[in-house]
Design a protein around this ligand. Sequence first.
Ligand code: DSN
Length: 415
Amino acid sequence: MDHEHVRDVDPAVADALEGEIDRQRESLQMIASENHVSRAVVDAQGSVLTNKYAEGYPGERYYGGCEYADEVEELAIDRATELFGAEHVNVQPHSGTQANQAVYFAMLEPGDKILSLDLNHGGHLSHGHPANFVGQLYDVEQYEVDPETGYLDYEGLAEHAAEFEPDVIVSGYSAYPREVEWERIQEAADEVGAYHLADIAHITGLVAAGVHASPVGVADFVTGSTHKTIRAGRGGIVMCDEEYADDIDAAVFPGGQGGPLMHNVAGKAVGFKEALEPEFEDYAEQTVANAKALGDQLSEHGFSLVSEGTDNHLVLVDLRESHPDTSGGDAEEALEDAGIVLNGNTVPGETRSPFDPSGIRAGTPGLTTRGFDEDDCRTVADLIARVIDAPDDEDVIAAVREDVEELCAENPLYE
Ligand code: DSN
């Protein structure tokens, strides 16, 4: 992958782009929300569709010259419809957050009530955190996971909903390692006449492949991002029943966005086509098998996993018991020095802060894309343990870095 045209104009940016490719090739990308898209998706997202304004929807644009923009958007919609089985799909949101915003804008008035999972328990900023405009514009209360088990407390959620009477209940999470029982949340929403928004940003690919239960046809609205487990490049998506289609489309454009990023829509079309291939199901299954192997091996090393394991693509490690003097931030930094890139993460019952949390979150979507299997992931767990057991030992960090580079060489990326 070269950037000869960029280099001709701007060597500084070309250097940074090439540095980033090397960084991705030579270290392990384990941030659970990241992945490595195909060269085809890179090409589509780096295409001249970046030049095109296409406000509106296929066949109903506010600008001329939208013939190919229409073609690409229709392909993305058709493929998403086939993948998820939704009645209506909007592929224009610039991100998962903007997909969520579209649902709130379509269905709520300022001051209306949202019930969502606390950020420390695995929720997301756009679900109503006070630092996000959603938390400021709407009346938000939050539910939590069971402190003993780390699993969602569905009964507590239903009781909370009965008391609070929200207008919308948000499910779907950023740091929750277990399968979500969408129907139970739908029942709680039905009891109080609330809408149900299921944000599958992290697990979009697992749902598309049938490896995680789908909320499509259960929840009123399903949002997602397209660059995580589904590998379709940066962007977001909203799905809903036909009865909400016009409201959602109007909330995306002109409600919340102007011109769609048509180059990103092209990336979505290509990535969705790839996800319709039978190999994608193998990829999704392997991603989950790898996360389980990673989690089991970390447990063998004495780490405490929130909910004691995983059903999806990520594990959440609470360091407080096994490594009380090492914060998630300390672990993140030492691991990055060793070539293992993940993030410090808050955990249920957090006693530190989001800037220096008590846990780490590790995902397998990127490793699986580059060909890692369960044995490789157990080896990665061994390496993580070596570093976190001795985060200040430069010899250990250097030795682990060598092992990481060997693993990367065995599983090359963007050759
Ligand atoms: N920042 C993403 C994550 O890491 O989960 C979600 O938007």
